[in-house]
Design a protein around this ligand. Structure first.
Ligand code: GDP
Length: 197
């Protein structure tokens, strides 16, 4: 898929205020610092698209971008901030949960994990929650350029093995690097193939 246009639409914390639209929607989520903004910028070919909505105070919001006038890319807040109060975590969980439960046009969620790290409890819990609620997702292993090919293979095999302890089937997964555009075509073509069906 060629990205011809990508524009910021709206940021908010209320699923009821997300754009009224029937366009298919693809969300991106992961722990803070996983490389989500970089990935969104890499996919859209824009230097600062994700940062537009990433201004102070906007990082915990649901951010909608319109791509090629025919689908929405949604930048969801990063989870797992160490410095967030319990109350803030609760509020965050509430509106993210509402987003996943109510957003009918959500087609797929890309859950980002850093390829250098072992499966983290917070990510595994989130995957489990998505599975229990039958919300379609894929996994994106980010920052692949930071590992040698053998180490990358090893880490991904370890991640898969961990998932297979609880999952019968593995979700689709992608390996990406925002530094050298690895995985860009694969993710965009995946979105295109779903949009075409
Ligand atoms: P976010 O908090 O998930 O939006 O993460 P950012 O996109 O802001 O990235 C966090 C840090 O990781 C920044 O210093 C990025 O430059 C770096 N980073 C993100 N993606 C990559 C990548 O693919 N390769 C490398 N080497 N660094 C990356």
């Amino acid at each position: 898929m060629k990205i011809k246009t990508s524009t910021f639409v709206v940021s908010n914390s209320d699923v009821a205020k997300c754009p009224v639209s029937h366009l298919p929607e693809y969300a991106f989520i992961g722990r803070s610092n996983v490389g989500k903004s970089s990935l969104i910028n890499m996919l859209t070919g824009r230097k600062n698209l994700a940062k537009v909505s990433g201004k102070p105070g906007k990082t915990r919001l649901i951010n909608h971008f319109l791509i090629n006038d025919n689908w929405h890319l949604v930048d969801l807040p990063g989870y797992g901030y160490a410095k967030v109060s319990k109350q803030e975590k609760k509020t965050f969980q509430k509106y993210i949960t509402a987003y996943f439960e109510k957003r009918q046009q959500l087609v797929n969620t890309f859950i980002l994990v850093d390829c250098r790290h072992e499966p983290q409890p917070i990510d595994l819990e989130f995957l489990e929650w998505m599975g229990t609620n039958a919300i379609p997702f894929s996994i994106v292993f980010t920052k692949a350029d930071k590992l040698k090919p053998e180490a990358l293979d090893r880490n991904i095999a370890a991640y898969k093995a961990k998932l297979m302890e609880t999952w019968v089937e593995l979700p689709p997964y992608f390996i990406t690097s925002s530094s050298n555009k690895t995985g860009r075509d694969e993710i965009l073509n995946y979105i295109q193939s779903i949009n075409d069906t």
